[in-house]
Write a protein of this length. Structure first.
Length: 93
């Protein structure tokens, strides 16, 4: 009983995260301002990281967790760089 419940929870989480990624991608494409697009990109990488973590829990593999850490680090740095670019017009001073 608990194995089927856990499998259903993983499937439900995967579907919800995929839906969130689709909505973030739509906002990335249609966003009227650059700030909306940066926020959508930030949401997209967080959702991708969480989806990979769900796959890692389902498969019980540490490789997925390492990939999620790499995505989190690169996503944070890219969001900070884009925000600085939008504020000042340059990334490196």
């Amino acid at each position: 009983m608990s194995a089927t419940l856990l499998g259903a929870a993983f499937a439900g989480a995967s579907v919800m995260l995929a839906l969130a990624m689709a909505l973030a991608a739509a906002r990335l494409l249609i966003g009227p301002r650059a700030q909306d697009r940066v926020l959508a990109l930030d949401t997209l990488y967080v959702d991708a990281m969480l989806l990979i973590l769900v796959f890692g829990m389902r498969e019980a593999s540490q490789l997925y967790f390492e990939a999620a850490v790499v995505i989190a680090l690169l996503g944070f740095v890219s969001t900070a760089a884009l925000a600085k670019f939008l504020l000042r017009g340059e990334v490196i001073e």
